[in-house]
Design a protein around this ligand. Structure first.
Ligand SMILES: [Zn+2]
Ligand SMILES: [Zn+2]
Length: 311
């Protein structure tokens, strides 16, 4: 974070926080100067000082750009894979187009940062970050970058179809999100390997009232009860009247194939109790229903990542 500073007529530069603190003291003499701990510096301070008639130099790094999300990395990798033979720079029309699209995505998801958010130069650099994982590039590329690139590379670099399909799904869904930004869904568990945009689309599918009611009606017709199709839990039996009619739906269609406007088919939904549904989504990669059933039989249930330390 840069420091907000301001200049007087002689070009003398002062620290904005100190000035604002002192100014507060003059304005409210009974209270005395405001100590630095009482307010935050940065942009709000700069604005306040400008209101008071000072010339303010904005902090040079006004807002740090957020770490690249999975959605963004998938779109970048998609571009990378199509152009790695003739490596594109920041003037390349597709790099420029991706930069513009990422700004739309950022606005739709509420993650857009400052002026330089995902500019063409930043996009071109991100492509370089992927390059270092690519055996066809013989050690070219930038050493930097986060864990995100490595994860996205591992999942998608060798599955061109899934990558293409996920990127298309994200692009199409963002255009829909722009029209309905208020549809903020709470998200439990980890986002899918395909990122947040398609995770949201998955959630809207399984919470679509109409199809969910039809799916439940079918289960009642077939079995005369609503029970979890993985563990057998029946809310009506366990909780009595209050649990009557309650069960969650999980959408089993691969997330990379989701597109806005698709019709959910009845057979794509399975009924799961709340616990099983949470477990499916709790971490990446999401579990398939077969894996869930195996885990319930104790066959793969132990969590390999969980090590309990003896003290
Ligand atoms: Zn689900
Ligand atoms: Zn269950």
């Amino acid at each position: 974070m840069g420091t907000t500073s301001l200049r007087d007529g002689d070009g003398q530069v002062y620290d904005a926080k100190a000035i604002l603190g002192a100014a507060h003291g003059y304005q409210h003499s009974a209270l005395g100067p405001l100590p630095q701990s009482e307010f935050h510096g940065g942009l709000p301070t700069a604005r306040k000082l400008r209101d008071l008639g000072f010339a303010v130099d904005e902090p040079t790094v006004a807002r740090r750009n957020p770490v690249w999300s999975r959605d963004e990395l998938i779109l970048a990798l998609d571009l990378y894979m199509r152009h790695r033979l003739a490596f594109p720079d920041d003037k390349h029309p597709e790099v420029v187009a991706l930069s513009q699209f990422l700004n739309r995505l950022g606005a739709a998801m509420g993650t857009a940062g400052g002026k330089r958010f995902r500019n063409a130069n930043g996009v071109a650099m991100k492509l370089q970050n992927f390059r270092r994982f690519d055996p066809t590039q013989e050690g070219k590329g930038l050493p930097g970058g986060g864990k995100g690139e490595e994860e996205v590379w591992a999942v998608f670099a060798h599955d061109a179809k899934r990558l293409r399909s996920a990127a298309e799904g994200i692009r199409a869904t963002v255009l829909v999100l722009e029209d309905a930004p208020e549809q903020e869904l709470e998200e439990e568990g980890e986002e899918a390997e395909e990122g947040r945009v398609l995770t949201r689309l998955h959630r809207t599918r399984e919470r679509d009232r109409k199809i969910v009611e039809r799916r439940k009606a079918k289960a009642l017709r077939d079995h005369g009860s609503l029970h979890c199709e993985a563990c057998g839990f029946d809310f009506a039996i366990r909780y009595g009247k209050r649990g009557n009619g309650f069960i969650e739906c999980h959408h089993t269609k691969p997330v990379s194939t989701l597109l806005p406007g698709d019709k959910t088919k009845l057979e794509e939904l399975v009924l799961l109790c709340a616990n099983c549904h949470r477990i499916v989504h709790i971490r990446r990669p999401w579990m398939s229903i077969d894996e869930l059933k195996l885990a319930l039989q104790g066959k793969t249930g132990s969590a390999p990542n969980l090590r309990i330390k003896k003290t």
